[in-house]
Write a protein that binds this ligand. Structure first.
Ligand code: NAP
Ligand code: F7E
Length: 352
C-alpha cells in the first residue's frame, strides 16, 4: 500500500455523474467485498478506516491505488464510529449518494467482555451517523447492517415478522441500531434500510469466527503449524451463506423504489459439528482427533438455532442465495490450504 497517510487528505473531484458511496467498516469482510462490487459498478467509494498501530487494510489492498493517481476511485478517510462530529465533517466533504454503514464491534463473544464499548460503537455509532445525515441535510440513501443475532432466542424460521429476542450485548446494540434507523425513516423521511443478515462467511472472514477458525485449523494441522483446535459449543446451528452474495443484497436494497427492511439468508441451517465434519472430511481428516472443547469459548447466553426466511428479499429485490453449505466450506478450506501452499497437493491426494 502506498502513501496511506496522504490518502486521507486526497483531493477529490466531485463533478460529474459518478455515484459516490460512503462505506463504514470498509476494512472488514463485508466492506471489502462491497467496495469491490461498488467499484465494479463505476461508483467512487469513500471508506472510513480506523487508525491502528499496524496496517488494517489487508482486505482492500488490491483495490487501493495511490490517491494522487488519475483514475483512483477508492478513497480512505480516518475516523471512528465513536466520533460524531468527524462523521458530519466527512459527509459534508464527500457528499455521498449512498451510505453503507457496516462499521461495528461485530464479535458476539467479545461483546460480553466489552458490553459498554459494544453499545457505544455498534449501537450509538449508528445514531451518530444518522445525526450526521440529519445535520448535513444530504439527500442520501442509508443502509444499516442489522443481524440475525437480533432474533436470538426467537424460534426458527425467522423472518421480518419475527419479534427480536437479543441474547448478547452485541445483539442488543444491533436491535437499537435497527429501531433508530426505522425511527429516522419515519420521522425525517430518510431513505433508510435495515438488512437483517444471517451469518455469511468467506475466505476473508475474521479468524476468530467459528467457520474461519475451523478452515484455518484444517490448513494449519495439515502443514504442521497446529495440533489441536479449541472450540466451544458445537451444537449451535447457523444459517451460513457466502459473503460476496450478501453484499449484493445491500446494494439492491438501496436501488429499490421504497426503503424497507429485509432478511437475507440461505434458508438452510447447519451445526458447528456439521461444519467440522465437512471441513475436515474434505482433506480426509477425522476432526474428533483434533478438536477439544475449551469452556472459555462458551457464551453466557447462546443463540441455539438461526434459520432465515428471505422470501421478501426474493420477491421484492430478486435476491436469491446461490452458494450451498458444502460449497461454502470447500471455498474456505481451499483458500486456507492455498495460503499455506498445500492446496493442490492435498486435494490431489484426497481425490486419488
Ligand atoms: P468485520 O469483518 O468484523 O468488520 C467490521 C468493520 O468495522 C471493520 O472494518 C472494523 O475496522 C470496523 N470497525 C470496528 N470498530 C469500529 C469503530 N469503532 N469505528 C469504525 N469502524 C470500526 O465484520 P463483517 O463480518 O464485515 O460485518 C459487517 C457488518 O455487518 C458489521 O456491522 C456486523 O456486525 C454486521 N453483520 C455481520 C454478519 C456476518 O455474518 N458477517 C451478519 C450480520 C451482520 P478494523 O478493520 O479496523 O477492525
Ligand atoms: O459463532 C459457536 C458459537 O462467532 C457461531 C458475527 O458475524 O454472525 C456472527 O456471529 C457459533 C456460536 O458467529 C466457537 O457459540 C463454537 O454459536 O462464528 P461465530 P456468531 O456469534 O453467529 C452474526 C450474524 C453477526 O451478526 C456477528 O457479527 O459458533 N462456537 N466454538 C464458536 N464461535 C467462535 N467464535 N469461536 C469458537 O471457538
Amino acid at each position: 500500500m502506498s502513501d496511506r497517510e496522504g490518502s486521507t487528505n486526497a483531493a477529490v473531484n466531485f463533478d460529474g455523474p459518478t455515484k459516490r458511496a460512503f462505506v463504514t467498516g470498509v476494512t472488514g469482510q463485508d466492506g471489502s467485498y462491497l467496495a469491490e462490487l461498488l467499484l465494479s459498478k463505476g461508483y467512487e467509494v469513500h471508506g472510513l478506516i480506523r487508525r491502528s498501530s499496524s496496517f488494517n487494510t489487508e482486505r482492500i489492498e488490491t483495490l487501493y491505488q495511490d490517491p494522487h493517481l488519475e483514475g483512483t476511485r477508492l478513497f480512505l478517510h480516518y475516523g471512528d464510529m465513536s466520533d460524531g462530529s468527524m462523521l458530519a465533517r466527512l459527509l459534508t466533504r464527500v457528499q455521498p449518494h449512498e451510505i453503507y454503514h457496516l462499521g461495528a464491534q461485530s464479535h458476539v463473544r467479545v461483546s460480553f467482555d466489552m458490553p459498554e464499548y459494544t453499545a457505544d460503537v455498534t449501537g450509538i455509532g449508528t445514531l451518530r451517523l444518522l445525526e450526521a445525515i440529519r445535520e448535513t441535510e444530504i439527500p442520501v440513501r442509508f443502509y444499516q447492517a442489522g443481524s440475525s443475532e437480533m432474533f436470538g432466542a426467537a424460534p426458527p424460521p425467522q423472518s421480518e415478522r419475527t419479534p427480536f429476542y437479543p441474547r448478547s450485548p452485541y445483539a442488543a446494540a444491533k436491535v437499537y441500531s435497527h429501531w433508530i434507523t426505522v425511527n429516522y425513516r419515519e420521522s425525517y423521511g430518510l431513505f433508510a434500510c435495515n438488512g437483517i443478515l444471517f451469518n455469511h462467511e468467506s475466505p476473508r472472514r475474521g479468524q476468530t469466527f467459528v467457520t474461519r477458525k475451523i478452515s484455518r485449523a484444517v490448513a494449519n494441522i495439515l502443514s504442521g503449524r497446529q495440533e489441536k483446535l479449541y472450540l466451544g459449543n458445537l451444537d449451535a446451528k447457523r444459517d451460513w451463506g457466502y459473503a460476496p452474495e450478501f453484499v449484493e443484497a445491500m446494494w439492491l436494497m438501496l436501488q429499490h423504489d421504497e426503503p424497507g427492511d429485509y432478511v437475507i439468508a440461505t434458508g438452510e441451517t447447519h451445526s458447528v459439528r456439521e461444519f467440522l465434519d465437512e471441513a475436515f472430511g474434505l482433506v480426509g481428516l477425522d476432526w474428533q482427533s483434533h478438536v477439544e472443547i475449551d469452556p472459555k469459548y462458551y457464551r453466557p447466553a447462546e443463540v441455539d438455532v438461526l434459520l432465515g426466511d428471505a422470501s421478501k428479499a426474493r420477491d421484492a429485490l430478486g435476491w436469491v442465495p446461490k452458494t450451498k453449505f458444502k460449497d461454502l466450506v470447500r471455498i474456505m478450506v481451499e483458500a486456507d490450504l492455498e495460503a499455506v501452499g498445500l492446496r493442490d497437493k492435498v486435494l490431489q491426494g484426497v481425490s486419488n
